[in-house]
Design a protein around this ligand. Structure first.
Ligand code: SF4
Length: 229
């Protein structure tokens, strides 16, 4: 695509695992988080094994996700985080989503919301045309989750993962956090809807176990948590 075609972008299908606003544990401020479905990287210790199956989750269009983004902006969203699963496994949809999200955030004259993407890949590991799907991101967190390399660095799950600002807005918003070990807010959040419990965020080592024990102590037992193989 050489020219921006909003209709073609909006019609593009994308497989997603979940979407929620507001999340305060995956980037600065209150954010819409979209979890892409499908990841072939299979990091040992991954807390999101339910996102691995590329046929799992549900199908949406980029246009539908952009309507969620627009609604989140109307409610004061300070950013969009795309996680997974592996967003680069659906590069065309990711690029279309970031293009549309950028256009929508330019409405109004308030502080601009930022766009953050998590990928388990590193530069050079995927073809350049795949990596270029990240072009619209203000910041990226790159690299596999390595359970053997725990870290307290905010928004990163293991010490090898890098938080990389890519734009001036990204540098302003994420620069102060590159070496920050304490989260400006909670590190994880638990949301329940009566049938399922979801953990949003990047837990510190042992935090999921402590969460399970705390829930068990109050009579709640998790069945098949997504961080167990
Ligand atoms: S930690 Fe991320 S990159 Fe690794 S298997 Fe899980 S979803 Fe995939």
């Amino acid at each position: 695509m050489t020219e921006y075609d909003a209709d073609a972008d909006a019609a593009r299908e994308v497989r997603i695992a979940d979407g929620y606003f507001p999340v305060e544990t995956l980037g600065p401020g209150r954010r819409l988080v979209l979890w892409f479905q499908g990841c072939a990287l299979a990091c040992p210790g991954c807390m999101s094994r339910h996102t691995w199956d590329p046929a799992g989750g549900r199908t949406a269009t980029v246009g539908q996700l952009l309507r969620l983004w627009e609604a989140a902006l109307d409610r004061g969203a300070q950013g969009l985080t795309v996680s997974g699963g592996e967003p680069l496994a659906q590069p065309a949809a990711l690029a279309a989503l970031l293009r549309g999200a950028d256009r929508l955030r330019r409405r109004g004259d308030g502080p601009r919301a930022d766009l953050l993407v998590y990928t388990g890949h590193q530069p050079g590991e995927v073809p350049a045309r795949v990596w270029s799907a990240l072009t619209g991101a203000d910041a990226v967190v790159t690299g596999r989750f390595r359970v053997t390399e725990p870290t307290d660095l905010v928004w990163r799950g293991s010490a090898n993962q890098r938080l990389v600002p890519r734009t001036r807005l990204g540098a302003a918003r994420y620069g102060p956090h590159l070496a920050r070990v304490h989260s400006p807010g909670p590190r994880v959040a638990l949301r329940t809807d009566g049938t399922a419990a979801r953990v949003y965020g990047v837990p510190a080592r042992g935090e999921l176990r402590r969460l399970e024990l705390g829930l068990a102590a109050s009579g709640v037992r998790l069945r098949d948590p997504s961080w167990r193989g």
